[in-house]
Write a protein that binds this ligand. Sequence first.
Ligand code: MG
Length: 158
Amino acid sequence: MRVGIGYDIHRLEVGRRLVLGGVEIAHSQGLEGHSDADVVLHALMDAMLGAAGLPDIGTHFPPSDDAFRDVSSLVLLERVSRLVEGKGLGLTNADIVVVAERPKIAPHAVAMRERIAEVLHTESSYINIKATTNERVGAEGREEAISAHAVVLLHELS
Ligand code: MG
């Protein structure tokens, strides 16, 4: 078994789409970033890469590379999945925490779990998404940003 941790935060900005866990959510603001700025998938990918002993997503998909401009993070997740498989490892489970004051994440958690599970060729019961507000303090609490934390367990493929 190999464990990995991932964290990401992106700024909220008017005029951007809000995409979390591969699911577009209707909201007054979206996350600013080079790709679709999906903090949930970015944290998850870094946790998977970390568990596999590989460099982080910034190394694999540099923001300086225009190939990744506005790219769906689901595409990047699929690539990370293949990198992990290439190391002879498979996903056991993932547990993810989303920190957002607004919008409410819970109503979208099932859709996110299913979307992620589909890309990782696993069952949604192995992908958990939890959400919390930041009690109106800090960047997330002031609705300046949304962040995500992920922990992943990988097993050796036989
Ligand atoms: Mg990011």
